[in-house]
Ligand binder design. Structure first.
Ligand code: FES
Length: 157
């Protein structure tokens, strides 16, 4: 696949990706890998009053994964999380004006990572409201411990 197979807008996002990095004071994190090609996308968000105040991404992957991640951050910056949760990979492809057929799966990475980051925020918020955790560190420890228990149980079965 040559970069020439992508349209102009996709190449522009690939060459000048927006919102690259990690949100420093983020309160939601998502990370998704694509087993087929080994690409990985990470998204961090800072959400206040249900609005995505900041969003950044990091990608280990192809031009399509970079361009679609860039677009996802651009579409959702400043938007309500309900809007972001309704976004699909098809919306991202449409926004770019299409992707080569063999590259459509790349748009799934950023959308899945975005939704995971929002769910991460919502779960954290709920646990704080219930008094289960009171700091981000406590939430991270609880999430880590829960993941370890799930993996342990999966090994035993
Ligand atoms: S080829 Fe794997 S995400 Fe693009």
């Amino acid at each position: 696949m040559s970069v020439l197979d992508y349209n102009e807008l996709t190449i522009e996002h690939f060459q000048n990706p927006r919102n690259v990095g990690m949100v420093k004071d983020g309160n939601g994190y998502g990370k998704i890998g694509e087993p087929g090609c080994g690409d990985i996308c990470e998204i961090t968000v800072r959400i206040e009053n249900s609005i995505i105040k900041d969003i950044k991404f990091r990608v280990y992957g192809c031009a399509g994964a970079i361009a679609t991640s860039s677009v996802v951050t651009e579409i959702t910056m400043g938007k309500n999380i309900d809007f972001a949760l309704k976004l699909t990979d098809d919306n991202v492809v449409d926004f770019l004006g299409g992707l080569p057929e063999g590259k459509k799966h790349c748009s799934l990475l950023a959308i899945k990572a975005l939704h995971q980051a929002i769910y991460d925020y919502l779960i954290n918020k709920r646990l704080v409201n219930e008094g289960t955790v009171s700091t981000q560190d406590q939430f991270n420890q609880l999430a880590e411990q829960t993941l370890r228990e799930i993996l342990q149980r999966a090994k035993q079965n």
